[in-house]
Design a binder for this molecule. Structure first.
Ligand code: WTA
Length: 667
């Protein structure tokens, strides 16, 4: 693509299902929850689920008002939804609340006061437990630290931290004073940090010297230092000491976490915030080179994550719940921090890699803390399968009662393995479909009520109205048919927009099927109304459950001096679900080959982060384009996945290109 940013592409027709998808469509097995599970569950039968669901759709205001009232409001809301300025929604209009209050203070007057809120396991083997009372104190102290540094209501705070308790503490402190946070995943590079900090004009950054990953230090402060000269809005940087190697501290700008916290007061009243006060901005990839700043507000997000945590994870006071996501992604926001804590649950977080020091680390943690609910990603499950059954077999996993997955379609084979080897055939699996944009789980079995089918996210959450529509006619497709997945009605935890870009928000999500939210995913709906998510139909690649825009990686590649043009596509990968294949044309005077390939991988790591490194780099003389200049991605996909037939090429501008591509060497 050219160096200029391309406009968000209209959705392509639904891509041909890959072999794995084919397999999914043939899947016929049904797993009913056990009688014991159903008996103890919040929603104990399919009929009860259907009743709840139908009521929520028939009278959404009544339904959401009832859920909303289970939480604390300083001032009650007057109206549930104002959709008069669609697609800009206002939920719980007139209400004031505070999510930090609902996650902490609300529990302090109950028997949960001295219950574990967070259990943390560091990668090197250190551990900490914080009760609700202790977590509340730490959050209040850090909220006071932020105030002392000049951070006030409405100011944005960028958070770039390892998975340590101070990360949720920082989030909850921001929420407490009404300073929207923007967490940036620790795997992103200094350049990516600049883009995101710049876009939301963050006033302060919270970071650490480093974090542990596979026994090595990820040097976070160093990346912040590299970014800072290009981040003029940042006035203060708070640095947590985690890994202990020497770091530079800039006078007047940088402060140590432990030093400022030492003098901070543990009293800090939660600020009553309007239900629509911004809670956070989280950047995610879209169809253009520029990441989208998805932003969520307080009241609706609180209600959505609270309800779904309760229903989908069937959270009980005695449960230990372990979500393996990183708080750098939305799953960590909604289902390590806000949802579980709003429910007064015990949330376990782990700092490091699943295979450090050995491939059984997760199972060791499950046994050590007697985890009851375990939530992970299909990519991790496929890695566990590859590493071998002997690793989970070494540990007592009998405490587990419920398993979950998120982030990408799960292939039935991985689902069956998860059910058998990890769940001992007794744990229901909740395959939860949702997005950064949706804030909370949208389609998932309610365990105990909804029979599961391997590979299907099953049925919608109460209040959520998804539909599979034909992209051409915009009509609902009949049962069994495929199309694009849309959501027909607004829901409380929906994004409120893209930070600073209302037009792009309208165009990306609300213009494809007017009046409906377009998810970017393709899906099938079967005769039982079960949803089968088939993956993205836009230019987003899902690598290990991490979203990457092809245009983002292409921009990174063409910013290298040797690259003329590049096109990136997703190719199926056994472990990561999809991987990136990059087709690259080289400028005159530069040589394609292994050296350049290595340099390009380094370059992408510098521009975005290691997570965006293409798995294949293929040098080619030219890229196949249609007469109108559009890159023929389907053809590239066929070539990259080694298919014999390369599809219909009648619109190919230069036939010679095809031959050249066929000969192109994988670097
Ligand atoms: C994909 C992660 C199939 C989907 C919470 C979606 C899934 C994108 C599932 C959002 C699932 C997520 N089955 N696909 N259970 N869950 N996806 O924003 O393509 O990082 O659009 O949010 O992941 O990714 P995001």
């Amino acid at each position: 693509m050219a160096k200029t940013r391309k406009k968000a592409a209209a959705p392509q027709t639904v891509t041909q299902p890959s072999e794995a998808m084919d397999q999914m469509l043939k899947e016929r097995r049904v797993f009913k929850p056990s009688k014991e599970f159903s008996k103890a569950a919040r929603v104990g039968s399919l009929a009860a689920y259907k009743k709840l669901y139908n009521e929520s759709i028939k009278s959404p205001d009544k339904f959401w008002a009832k859920v909303g009232k289970e939480l604390h409001w300083f001032k009650p809301f007057k109206k549930v939804l104002d959709w008069s300025k669609a697609p800009f929604a206002k939920w719980f209009v007139g209400g004031t609340t505070n999510l930090s209050y609902n996650c902490l203070d609300r529990h302090l007057t109950t028997s949960r006061r001295n219950k574990a809120a967070l259990i943390w396991e560091g990668e090197p083997g250190d551990s900490r437990t914080l009760t609700y009372d202790q977590l509340h104190r730490e959050v209040c102290k850090f909220a006071n630290v932020l105030k002392g540094l000049g951070v006030g209501k409405g100011d944005r705070v960028a958070i770039y931290m390892p998975m340590v308790p101070e990360l949720p503490i920082a989030l909850l402190a921001c929420a407490r004073i009404g300073a929207p946070h923007s967490v940036i995943f620790g795997g992103f590079s200094a350049t990516a940090l600049v883009d995101r900090i710049h876009d939301c004009s963050a006033k302060a950054v919270v970071t650490a010297d480093g974090g542990w990953r596979r026994g090595k230090i990820v040097e976070l402060k160093k990346a912040v230092d590299e970014a800072m000269p290009n981040c003029p809005t940042v006035q203060k940087v708070v640095v947590l000491k985690r890994t202990g190697q020497p770091v530079e501290m800039k006078d007047g700008r940088d402060v140590w976490w432990h030093e400022t916290m030492a003098g901070a007061s543990p009293d800090c009243k939660a600020e009553p915030l309007d239900a629509e006060h911004p809670l956070y901005i989280l950047y995610t990839s879209g169809s253009t080179g520029k990441p989208k700043g998805i932003y969520h507000t307080t009241g609706g997000y609180m209600v959505g994550t609270y309800l779904t945590s309760k229903l989908v994870f069937d959270l009980r006071d005695e449960d230990v719940y372990f979500c393996t996501a990183d708080i750098g992604w939305v799953t960590g926001h909604s289902y390590i921090v806000y949802g579980p804590l709003a429910n007064g649950a015990t949330s376990l977080m782990y700092e490091g890699a699943p295979n450090h020091p050995g491939p059984d680390r997760f199972w060791e943690i499950v046994a050590k803390y007697r985890v009851n609910i375990f939530y992970t990603a299909p990519t991790a499950i496929r890695a566990f399968i590859k590493w071998g059954d002997q690793h989970p077999a070494k540990h007592d996993l009998s405490s587990l009662r419920l398993l979950g997955t998120v982030g990408e379609p799960i292939n039935p084979e991985a689902w069956i393995w998860y059910n058998k080897v990890i769940g001992g055939k007794r744990c229901p699996i909740v395959d939860t479909w949702w997005q950064t944009e949706t804030g909370a789980i949208m389609i998932s079995p309610v365990p105990g009520a909804v029979p599961t089918k391997p590979g299907s996210a099953t049925l919608p959450m109460p209040g959520v109205l998804p539909e599979v529509v034909d992209p051409a006619t915009k009509e609902k497709v009949p049962p069994g048919g495929g199309g694009i997945l849309v959501i027909r009605k607004p829901w409380p935890s929906m994004l409120r927009g893209l930070w600073g870009d209302n037009e792009r928000y309208k165009q990306v999500y609300w213009s494809t099927v007017p009046g409906s939210y377009f998810t970017g995913d393709g899906a099938h709906c079967d005769k039982d109304g079960y949803f089968w998510i088939m993956g993205r139909v836009d230019d987003v690649i899902n690598v290990s459950g991490h979203r990457l825009g092809t245009a983002e990686v292409e921009s990174a590649l063409v910013s290298h001096p040797a690259v003329a043009e590049s096109a990136c596509i997703g190719v199926p990968d056994e472990i990561t679900g999809q991987a990136i294949a990059a087709f690259v044309t080289v400028k005159e005077g530069h040589a394609a080959g292994d050296d350049l390939k290595a340099d390009l991988l380094k370059h992408v790591t510098k521009e975005i982060g290691a997570l965006a490194r293409p798995k294949q780099v293929r040098f080619t003389g030219a890229l196949p384009k249609t007469r109108s200049g559009k890159i023929m991605r389907r053809l590239l996909r066929d070539i990259a996945s080694g298919k014999e037939r390369v599809g219909d090429t009648t619109t190919l501008e230069d036939y010679s290109v095809l031959a050249k591509l066929r000969e192109s060497d994988e670097g």
